[in-house]
Design a protein around this ligand. Structure first.
Ligand code: GTP
Ligand code: MG
Length: 197
């Protein structure tokens, strides 16, 4: 892979996969995981300089599909359906588990997760479960601490330290403070993606 030559503006939706057999496997996957409403779609749009390529939802947790965006023909950004959405029905929860767990079971190579955690809210119970799951099955991940614009500098530093010190967070995992509103962390995240590939 020729580094530093990724055109993040050259992105398109490859497929909205509702079933495991639809998942493309011809390029590396950079997977964005996190609870509903944490800012996954907004972060993807920001990294790609797009307003609404990835859908930002007003009704969180609505669609249970895994969305694959082809980035410059070189890899996929993967927008996972969010977890922890209280109003989801049992059958929707079942669909989420089957799809997401099935996905991670089938695919372990050429896959890196960027786990989103709301910097203001901190790691929720579900976030901790996700982090522990990834550690247990050996999935590499970095963390994007989202919505950084919502906290002041003092809280930002305090919450960052709390997250860094969380036992569930792998000590080797990078944590990038991010805001889709201000663009904080965009450069760092793009560089992280480049370094992964
Ligand atoms: P689901 O697809 O439902 O799982 O949600 P998501 O994780 O994709 O979140 P989404 O990007 O749709 O954002 C959820 C809400 O948070 C929207 O109202 C966004 O405008 C808002 N939001 C996302 N990122 C930021 C941010 O960096 N700062 C602020 N202030 N709001 C944000
Ligand atoms: Mg979304």
């Amino acid at each position: 892979m020729e580094k530093n030559k990724i055109n993040f503006n050259n992105a398109s939706l490859k497929i909205s996969a509702g079933f495991l057999h639809q998942i493309p496997n011809d390029k590396p996957h950079i997977v964005f995981s996190g609870r509903s409403n944490v800012g996954k779609s907004s972060l993807i749009n920001k990294l790609l300089n797009r307003n609404k390529l990835a859908r930002t939802s007003s009704s969180p947790g609505k669609t249970i599909t895994i969305n694959f965006y082809d980035i410059d023909g070189k890899f996929y950004f993967v927008d996972l359906p969010g977890y922890g959405y209280a109003k989801r029905s049992d059958s929707e929860r079942k669909k989420w588990s089957e799809l997401v767990e099935g996905y991670f079971k089938n695919k372990t190579d050429n896959l890196t997760v960027i786990q989103l955690i709301d910097l203001k809210v901190g790691a929720t119970k579900d976030d901790v479960m996700m982090l522990e799951y990834m550690s247990n099955v050996g999935i590499k991940y970095a963390i994007a601490a989202t919505k950084a614009d919502k906290v002041n500098k003092t809280t930002k530093e305090k919450n960052f330290k709390t997250l860094r010190g969380n036992n569930a967070v792998d000590k080797d995992s990078e944590i990038i403070v991010f805001s889709a509103l201000t663009g904080e962390g965009v450069k760092e995240l793009r560089n992280l993606v480049i370094s992964i590939l």
